[in-house]
Structures are given as structure tokens and as C-alpha cells.
Design a protein around this ligand. Structure first.
Ligand code: URA
Length: 423
């Protein structure tokens, strides 16, 4: 088979055959299709789309590029959640130990930052010693001992996604329903979860900007999950403004710890509890302990400490702090009516929280603290944002973006935090 025929067929709007899909994913995983050829195919898929049968086959081929884990013999039911990516979206951090504290086992394969959105692994790697690369045997041990594991898709699990995810991040090919569905669902099927709740983000800071596109992505993934024997449902949730008040790797870990300690911003708490309830129901654990109680009685925090320790992290170590900081002040007094998630995400990325090239390291301390959220009163001259970066040269571009990211006393209809359920 010839990769150029496959690229040009998709470029011209054709439907790829199952054999073409299997071949191109297999050859790319082995290194027989060059990165620039896969980048061209990813762009053709982004522009031309894929039919449902193509997406299902693409996902299966990505899954078959590695092994599929099986945890059906564990005493607890397995259940996972995956977000399509957002700004300030640290929900996995409190949610995973929370569900473990309520009786579920969460086998989560996660990703790194993608475009302007943060990645769970980058956040957790800001904890000194914490290790993302685990073998299947180590994953199993964490699930048996703690009931929760968050790790990278290792060389044996969905290796095609590991390569393609990093390539899409730096080639402008992230915002594609078939590519997002294939990426997420190949990882979720490979990790061996029995049930899955998808958090499909909608709004400026999400890859899906409107509810119709998000619903289509949710439906595509829910069908792939259920067709492959994983009980799958999705919540469409708001990403027009950042979640919580901290955006950036270590800053978000600190905020997740507030939630696990029984406090934290109300939107992060509300979404964490809503997703935990969905996950427990999907796992058949309806009568389990209520997640809100597990946050306030310390049991979710205990599960967090065990989860971090099991992956060689030190839950008591101080988190990294950026070398430099500066503030942006509110220009007038009034109610903050809009705070744009995309602008905040790109600004945090520019400050060093994300990558410009796939081999780049992220800055753990870089990011933005938000001093006000939409609906809150701000005072002229009071801080609106604190910017954190290792090099002060990064502040100017980020500040330019943030200057137009908000309105005071404007007109803006915020999305409800949980918009609808699919599946
Ligand atoms: N999360 C993933 O794992 N993959 C995507 O493509 C987007 C979000």
C-alpha cells in the first residue's frame, strides 16, 4: 500500500477503506510512515472529516497498535472519566482518588498538554518524584492497593496515539472530531476500564466551540465505547471560562489539594462531585458513599496521598514555584461579565505551562492565578490576574492576550456548568 495514495484520497474527500486505515496506523507506529506524511494525513482528516465506520475502524486500529489490559478480575468495578481538554481543567486530580474512596477502581491512561489545554500528566509531574510511566503490572498493583492509578500510555498501550497526539499538538491538527474520538477512545479501550464517563467540553477554551459539535463528538465516542463493551456516557460541560482560579501545572495541583481538603472553588467542586456520581452509577455503585461526604471527611485526601505515594511521588514535598511573577490590574470597577477560557489558556501556554515543540519541557510553576471569576465584583486598580513564569520576557505576550480576555459590566450569557448528558 502507498501512503501518498491514502493522503491524497482523504485530501480529495474520499472514504478510507478498513485495509487502508489498518495499514497506515500500523506503518506509522512502526516508523514506516514519516511524521510529515502523518501530519499531512491528519490535516486532511481535520479538513475532510471521517464517516462513522471510518472513525470506528481508526479507533480499533489505534487500539490494536498495542495491547488491551484486562482488570475484570479485580474485586472492585473499574470506571474512568476522560475530558476532551480544557483550561484550568484539573478535575481528574481530585476525582480519581475521590471515586477510589467511594469504592471504584480507576485505571486512567492520561495525556500531556495539547495545544492551549493542560495535560493531567504534566500537572502530576510537578509533584517531586511522581512517575507517569508504569508497566501494566505496576498499574494493576496500584489498582489493587489504592483503587486508583493515573499514568501515561506506555510503549505497549495505544502506542499509535502516543506518537500521533504529540504530532497533532504541534501541527494544528487537534480540533478534529474523528482524531479526538480515536485518540481518547483507543486509550480508554486499551486501559481495560469497564465503564467510562466522558467530560466533553464546550466553549471558547474547548476544542468543540459549540454544543452541536460537542454533542456529535460525545455521540461518536459513546457509541464506540458501548460497541466495544465499555458502558459509556458523556456530560457536555462548560469551557467558555476557565475552571477554578488557577491555570498552570503546579498551580492546579495546589487547587486540587484545596478541593480534596474539603474547600476549593465551587465550580471545581460541583463538577468533580457531578462526574463522581456519574462514574459510581456507571460502575453499578449507586449505593456507595456520597462523593461530597468523601471530600469533607478526608477519605478522598487519604486516597490521593496513597495514589501519589504508589507512583513514587512525595505528597508532602513543596510544589515548584516560578521564578518571576507580575500582576495585571482591573481597569475599572464593576462586575466581571466575561473571562475567555481560550485567551487564558493560550496566555498560560505562552508563559511556559505548555509546549511549542513536542520535545519541549513544560515549566511546572508557570501559569495564571485568576483573582475574579465571571459574576464577581472587581475594583479598579485591584489585581485581576497574577502571571507566573520562569523568564520575565514571557510576560508581555501573555499580558497582550489577557488585555482583551475579559469584560467588566458587559453583556455575556455564561454556559451552565453541566449542559446535558449524552448516552
Ligand atoms: N484528549 C485526548 O486524549 N486526545 C485528544 O485528541 C484530545 C483530548
Amino acid at each position: 500500500m502507498d501512503v501518498i495514495d491514502i493522503i491524497t484520497a482523504k485530501r480529495d474527500g474520499g472514504e478510507l477503506s478498513p485495509a487502508q486505515i489498518d495499514w497506515v496506523i500500523g506503518a506509522y507506529t512502526k516508523g514506516d510512515v514519516a511524521e510529515e506524511q502523518m501530519a499531512a494525513l491528519a490535516m486532511a482528516i481535520l479538513l475532510r472529516g471521517m464517516t462513522r465506520p471510518e472513525v470506528a475502524r481508526w479507533t480499533e486500529a489505534m487500539l490494536s497498535s498495542g495491547e488491551r489490559l484486562d482488570f475484570t478480575d479485580l474485586p472492585r468495578p473499574t470506571v474512568d472519566k476522560h475530558s476532551t481538554g480544557g483550561v484550568g481543567d484539573k478535575i481528574t486530580l481530585p476525582l480519581t482518588p475521590l471515586v477510589a474512596a467511594c469504592g471504584g477502581a480507576v485505571p486512567q491512561l492520561s495525556g500531556r498538554g495539547l495545544g492551549h489545554t493542560g495535560g493531567t500528566l504534566d500537572k502530576l509531574e510537578s509533584i517531586p518524584g511522581w512517575r507517569a510511566a508504569l508497566s501494566p503490572a505496576e498499574m494493576r498493583r496500584c489498582l489493587e492497593d489504592v483503587g486508583a492509578v493515573v499514568c501515561a500510555a506506555g510503549s505497549g498501550l495505544a502506542p499509535a496515539d502516543r506518537k500521533l497526539y504529540a504530532l497533532r499538538d504541534v501541527t494544528g491538527t487537534v480540533e478534529s472530531i474523528p482524531l479526538i474520538a480515536g485518540s481518547i477512545m483507543s486509550k480508554k479501550l486499551a486501559e481495560g476500564t469497564g465503564a467510562l464517563v466522558l467530560d466533553v467540553k464546550v466553549g471558547s477554551g474547548a476544542f468543540m466551540k459549540d454544543v452541536d459539535a460537542a454533542r456529535e463528538l460525545a455521540r461518536t465516542m459513546v457509541d464506540i465505547g458501548n460497541d466495544n463493551g465499555v458502558r459509556t456516557s458523556a456530560l457536555l460541560t462548560a469551557m467558555d471560562t476557565p475552571l477554578g482560579r488557577q491555570v498552570g501545572n503546579a498551580l492546579e495541583v495546589a487547587e486540587a489539594l484545596e478541593v480534596l481538603g474539603g474547600g476549593g472553588p465551587s465550580d471545581v467542586v460541583e463538577l468533580t462531585v457531578a462526574l463522581a456520581r456519574e462514574m459510581l452509577a456507571a460502575a453499578g455503585l449507586d449505593g456507595a458513599k456520597d462523593p461530597a461526604a468523601a471530600l469533607s471527611d478526608g477519605s478522598a485526601m487519604d486516597a490521593w496521598r496513597s495514589m501519589i505515594t504508589a507512583q513514587d511521588g512525595d505528597p508532602d514535598a513543596p510544589l515548584p514555584v516560578a521564578a518571576e511573577r507580575t500582576q495585571i490590574l482591573a481597569p475599572s470597577t464593576g462586575v466581571l461579565t466575561r473571562l475567555d477560557a481560550h485567551a487564558v489558556g493560550v496566555a498560560a501556554w505562552r508563559l511556559g505551562a505548555g509546549r511549542a515543540r513536542k520535545e519541549d519541557a513544560v515549566s511546572f510553576g508557570a501559569g495564571i492565578a485568576l483573582h475574579a471569576k465571571p459574576g464577581e465584583q472587581v475594583r479598579a486598580g485591584a489585581p485581576l490576574f497574577t502571571l507566573h513564569a520562569d523568564e520575565p520576557a514571557r510576560f508581555e505576550r501573555a499580558a497582550e492576550l489577557l488585555a482583551t480576555s475579559f469584560d467588566i459590566d458587559g453583556r455575556h450569557e455564561p454556559l451552565p456548568l453541566v449542559i446535558e448528558k449524552v448516552g
